[in-house]
Design a protein around this ligand. Structure first.
Ligand SMILES: [Zn+2]
Length: 170
């Protein structure tokens, strides 16, 4: 497993001087540390995630945005059991995104499995640039993704102001 903290720390759930220094210098956050330890712990009993690469974990308002390798995300999406197992180990909702992806892919990942029809830059009144994402279908109370959380995550992680619109507005 490739984690933001070293293998020793992940295994022992405590920080060595080198990893500790990274936290103090702000290179790593507490969320990176916690997520690394959590994943390493799950890997002890779950072979599927043994080769995972976690790049970072951003936490805010009880949301955990995990940046993983593309293949790792595919593995999780193919197994509902694995997804649940991961979700259960975090105190809030987990969001899976690919490391170093474009803003467009980032937004698409947050909405997975719902399809995004388009993502465009629009000018809002007052000359502010916004990003508008059009989601396929229409919103119902059973829509599984909290769009307000998506807006907050995109703002927090990418510093982008997005506006979410559904294809069918009725
Ligand atoms: Zn360490």
């Amino acid at each position: 497993m490739d984690l933001p903290i070293c293998g020793f720390c992940a295994k022992n759930a405590s920080l060595c001087p080198m990893c500790e220094k990274k936290v103090e210098e702000g290179i790593l956050t507490q969320a990176d540390v916690d997520a690394s330890i959590t994943l390493a712990n799950i890997a002890k009993t779950t072979n599927e995630i043994k080769d995972f690469t976690l790049y970072s974990c951003k936490e805010f308002d009880g949301n955990y945005v995990l940046s993983l390798a593309k293949n790792d995300i595919l593995t999780i999406r193919q197994s509902r059991t694995l997804y649940r197992l991961l979700q259960e180990q975090f105190k809030g909702k987990i969001w899976l995104v690919e490391a170093d992806e474009t803003d467009k892919r980032f937004i698409e990942d947050l909405f997975f499995p719902t399809k995004i029809l388009s993502i465009n830059s629009v000018w809002a009144p007052g000359g502010v640039q916004k990003t508008k994402a059009v989601v396929s279908g229409k919103w119902t109370p059973r829509f599984p993704i909290d769009t307000e959380k998506v807006v907050a995550i995109v703002k927090n992680a990418r510093n982008l102001d997005i506006e979410i619109e559904f294809e069918d507005k009725k």
